[in-house]
Design a protein around this ligand. Structure first.
Ligand code: B12
Length: 214
């Protein structure tokens, strides 16, 4: 099977929420030399996005999103040893969480998986998290990136509260603060004083690479 066919099958199996087939195909992809980052971003992620769109059109249900999110988690558990074998120990730490008042978790899980596959050691602090939880985790783990997922329009201003709490704790200049979520824009990024935003995980990775290479 070609690389493109294998990745397409992974996307299809994710859309079908076929956990066993996804796991089999991930093994095949690893054996074929496809990197964990490509497996996640070109294989699973397009499938999760299709499921999210289906939910919007009422052809999919909440359970589908939750199950798809769990498949992503299982794949990351499977890929972690492959990623660790290919890196020199633990990568830089990224803290990620969904902000106070917001319970959406699927997008955050994708971002966490993509950054893990790109070599970061990601600590997911969960959903509905206050600024103090972001600060405490960033301090405890000496984070290089703090990522806030703010999906609802009503919670986007909360990212400024997180930024200010990082400033207050004296650690804001030691890390990158990035934000993301449905409808996130450069205007929001400027308003809340974040370093970068992404309305997809790949966009965020590209921006982080761009900032770090300067
Ligand atoms: C599934 C879903 C739910 C599920 C969540 C289940 C779960 N455990 O996550 C449930 C049913 C619980 C839910 C509840 C609500 N929801 Co809802 N939900 C959705 C839906 C359909 C899909 C979200 C999703 O998983 N998408 C798939 C993922 C892959 O996409 P994503 O979340 O956008 O994430 C990507 C990017 O945004 C980005 N990203 C995300 N986080 C981060 C973080 C960083 C750091 C970076 C860099 C990037 C990044 O990268 C991700 C990968 O590409 C969206 C519509 C949509 N199409 O997005 C509505 C949507 C987000 N919900 C909406 C609303 C209004 C609600 C409710 C208020 C509804 C209600 N009246 O009760 C509640 C709020 C509950 C709460 N307090 O959080 C609205 C928000 C509109 C707005 N402007 O605020 C949307 C857009 C639907 C709509 N069109 O109206 N929802």
């Amino acid at each position: 099977m070609s690389r493109a066919e294998l990745l397409q099958k992974l996307t299809d199996a994710t859309v079908d929420i076929d956990d066993d087939l996804v796991m089999e195909l991930v093994d095949e992809a690893v054996a074929a030399g496809i990197t964990p980052l490509d497996i996640v971003t070109e294989g699973l992620q397009p499938g999760l996005i299709i499921i999210g769109e289906g939910y919007d059109k009422h052809t999919r249900f909440t359970a589908d999103l939750v199950l798809a999110g769990e498949i992503m988690n299982d794949v990351m558990i499977k890929l972690r040893p492959v990623m660790e074998a290919g890196s020199n120990g633990r990568g830089d730490v990224m803290i990620i969480g969904t902000v106070d008042g917001d319970e959406h978790c699927v997008g955050k899980r994708i971002v966490a998986s993509v950054f893990t596959a790109a070599g970061y050691y990601v600590i997911d602090i969960g959903e509905n998290q206050p600024a103090s939880a972001f600060v405490a985790a960033a301090k405890e783990h000496n984070a290089k990136i703090v990522g806030a997922s703010a999906i609802l329009g009503t919670v986007k201003p909360y990212c400024k509260i997180i930024n200010d709490a990082l400033v207050e704790a004296g650690i804001r200049d030691q890390l990158l603060f990035i934000i993301g979520g449905w409808g996130m824009t450069q205007e929001w990024c400027d308003k809340v004083h974040a370093d970068a935003y992404g309305d997809t995980a790949n966009m965020a990775i590209d921006k982080v690479k761009e900032i770090l290479s300067v």
